[in-house]
Write a protein that binds this ligand. Structure first.
Ligand code: NDP
Ligand code: PYR
Ligand code: MG
Length: 639
């Protein structure tokens, strides 16, 4: 081992995959430290171009700072090692990057380019003979992949092909996803990810993410050390108990954090290496899975009470200890009996956010603010009825009430009265209050009990009907017709995922309302033709919000999520709906521009974090939209 400046670092072999070199570097004025191979020979077979160029720079007398300043992409983003790092904190301790070459480089998903390695790169990285002669562009690779993906008729095959690509060539995966977001979102996300989770045990090839089970109790921090990345900025964690509207899928819920984090990168520009999917396995109450020989999780019924709380607490403490105060933890698809409590408990100590409660609320509020342009009036002029009074339903209801309260200066206890919720037992009314879960109690208004949704529609006469029940086809013909009877333009949102759980289809919404519904759904539907007119519905899904929200929190160094930040995200998203979108009856912009939209959401989120004194990255950048864009991960190949 050679020490160039008095400090030295061991040559690491990443998980024994290949021999590789470890570089250590401080940003800006700190002295550079470089570690060589164990025999210290810079010309050794596995030496990378990066190592060679570093040494050349040093031989030529150029400073490390010169090298850093040359290697910038996309404005402010330093990218010396092929990773965009603008959202990172300045390193306190030196960080290290391992660079493979030759055969191992082709198996390193972070750096593999497949046939797109240039002649020069093939020569320098010892790839000659390991690839066929042709050199292709990333664009041609994408064209070929799309051609191949379109051959698959079964969505799950497409999902598996995408996961294979992610494991093989990360940049190509993200470029493919970004360039074809409308077509591929339903593959890596809802609805296909739901089926993938159901069959995860069978389709699993190379495990993704970090599995933390009851077996790891007392050792979670040690388990975290096994994860290959240290600079984590976003964690999406589930315990698998309420996966979409599909119920308890136990450990197989891992597909959800993996999918959500793919969107953090593709839609929000968070570096893939800064993303950590986690599944906490406390067992499952799903008998089918417990009896499935291919099930991948703990074969026991769910731990509850103190045992559950202790494991979660150990996890939360370990995250803070390992990744610091500013790592964003997104709770995803927990059952509501844990979700609200976890959010309340850790909301004051960690940067946490519950996507199902808060992200969904923000996206739906955005859609409603936009919809006012089509139906007229203010939020307070409308009446809202929900089917489903769980995380999504009560989360959305509360954010609507809050926004209404801000607009009208009326207390939130008053504005809540414009919002009604129905659960599996019927309308939530005061006579039920004693037996209601705590998150339903604020919605127990004075009223006679009403059992059926259709009767509630006829009595309450809502202008907006929102499905958040996870129960498919519950917006029956009678329900939609009743909405269309009372409203010229009924707003109907079927939020439940995946498609099989949607409260109604787009076709049903348009047909049963004679084409008058303003409709959006959690999972996408194809455009519908009704009476010679084509109706394209929007996707009311939290995927519009969490990537930009996360970027805004990270780039401002926010330490807590505040309701006003969610409202800011809603307003930013609503502002992105164009006249052209409105003319088509859309209340959400298409996903094609999502990175631009995410940058605007991030900027508004960051601005609010600065305004509230929750931001720690100072000074505040002058142009937050430009700054957000400059922070985004760029999947184009680097040389
Ligand atoms: N589009 C999006 O972005 C999002 C969509 N969702 C979807 O929303 C759905 C619900 O999620 P979440 O709120 O977290 O789940 P919860 O389990 O927290 O809540 C479900 C609610 O629906 C009620 N319910 C269930 N079945 C019926 C029925 N047949 N009739 C009336 N009410 C019923 C339940 O009643 P009770 O309380 O009596 O049991 C409960 O109040 C899921 O399908 C999920 O995929 C969630 C988040 C985001
Ligand atoms: C979209 C989402 O978060 C859900 O359905 O749970
Ligand atoms: Mg969810």
């Amino acid at each position: 081992m050679i020490s160039l400046n008095g400090s030295s670092f061991l040559n690491n072999s990443l998980s024994g995959v290949s021999r590789s070199f470890t570089f250590s570097q401080r940003k800006v004025s700190a002295p550079m430290m470089v570690a060589l191979s164990s025999n210290g020979q810079p010309g050794e077979r596995n030496a990378s171009i990066l190592m060679e160029s570093t040494l050349k720079e040093m031989r030529d007398g150029a400073s490390v700072l010169d090298m850093d300043s040359k290697s910038t992409v996309d404005g402010l983003v330093e990218d010396a090692y092929g990773e965009d790092r603008a959202t990172e904190d300045p390193p306190v301790t030196p960080w290290a990057v391992s660079v493979a070459s030759g055969y191992s480089l082709l198996r390193d998903p972070h750096r593999n380019k497949g046939l797109a390695f240039t002649e020069k790169e093939r020569d320098t990285h010892y790839l000659s003979g390991l690839l066929p002669p042709v050199v292709v562009s990333q664009e041609l690779q994408i064209k070929k992949l799309m051609h191949n993906l379109r051959q698959y008729e079964v969505p799950l095959q497409k999902y598996m092909a995408m996961m294979d690509l992610q494991e093989m060539n990360e940049r190509l995966f993200y470029k493919l996803l970004i360039d074809n977001v409308e077509e591929l979102l339903p593959v890596v996300y809802t609805p296909t990810v739901g089926e993938a989770c159901q069959k995860y045990g069978c389709i699993l090839r190379r495990p993704q993410g970090l599995f933390i089970s009851l077996k790891e109790k007392g050792e979670i921090i040690e388990v975290m050390k096994n994860w290959p990345e240290d600079k984590i900025q976003v964690i999406v964690v589930t315990d698998g108990e309420r996966i979409l509207g599909l119920g308890d899928l136990g450990c197989q819920g891992m597909g959800i954090p993996v999918g959500k984090l793919s969107l953090y990168t593709a839609l929000g520009g968070i570096r893939p290496s800064a993303c950590l999917p986690v599944t906490i396995d406390v067992g499952t109450n799903n008998e089918k899975l417990l009896n499935d020989e291919f099930y991948i999780g703990l074969r026991q019924r769910r731990a509850t009470g103190q045992e559950y709380a202790e494991l979660l607490h150990e996890f939360m403490a370990a995250v803070k200890q390992k990744y610091g105060e500013k790592v964003l933890i997104q709770f995803e698809d927990f059952a509501n009996h844990n979700a609200f409590d976890l959010l309340a408990k850790y909301g004051t100590t960690h940067l946490v956010f519950n996507d199902d409660i808060q992200g969904t609320a923000s996206v739906v509020l955005a859609g409603l603010i936009a919809a006012l342009k089509l139906v007229g009036g203010t939020l307070a002029d409308h009446t809202f009825l929900f089917l489903g009074a769980g995380e999504a339903g009560t989360g959305i209801a509360e954010l609507i009430a809050l926004e209404m309260s801000k607009q009208t200066q009326a207390p939130v206890e008053e504005t809540r009265k414009k919002i009604w919720l129905v659960d599996s037992k019927g309308l939530i009314v005061s006579s039920r209050k004693e037996s209601l879960q705590h998150f339903k109690q604020p919605w127990a208004h004075e009223h006679e009990p009403v059992k059926e949704l259709v009767d509630a529609v006829k009595i309450i006469k809502p202008t907006v009907l929102i499905g958040s029940s996870g129960a498919g086809r519950t917006f029956t013909k009678e329900v939609v017709e009743a909405m269309a009877f009372f409203n010229e333009k009924p707003i109907i949102l079927s939020l439940s995922n995946p498609t099989s759980q949607s409260e109604c289809t787009a076709e049903e919404a348009y047909t049963w309302s004679q084409g008058r519904a303003i409709f959006a759904s959690g999972s996408p539907f194809d455009p519908v033709e009704y009476n010679g007119k084509v109706y394209a519905s929007g996707q009311a899904n939290n995927a519009y919000i969490f990537p930009g929200l996360g970027l805004g929190l990270i780039m401002s160094g926010a330490i807590r999520v505040h309701d006003d930040i969610l409202l800011a995200a809603s307003e930013a998203l609503a502002a992105e709906v164009t006249q052209e979108n409105f003319d088509k009856g859309l209340i959400y912009p298409p996903f094609t521009n999502i990175r631009k939209i995410s940058a605007h959401i991030a900027a508004r989120v960051a601005a609010k974090a600065y305004e509230l004194g929750l931001a720690t990255h100072l000074p505040q950048p002058e142009n937050l939209v430009e700054y957000a864009e400059s922070c985004m991960y760029n999947p184009n190949y680097q040389s």
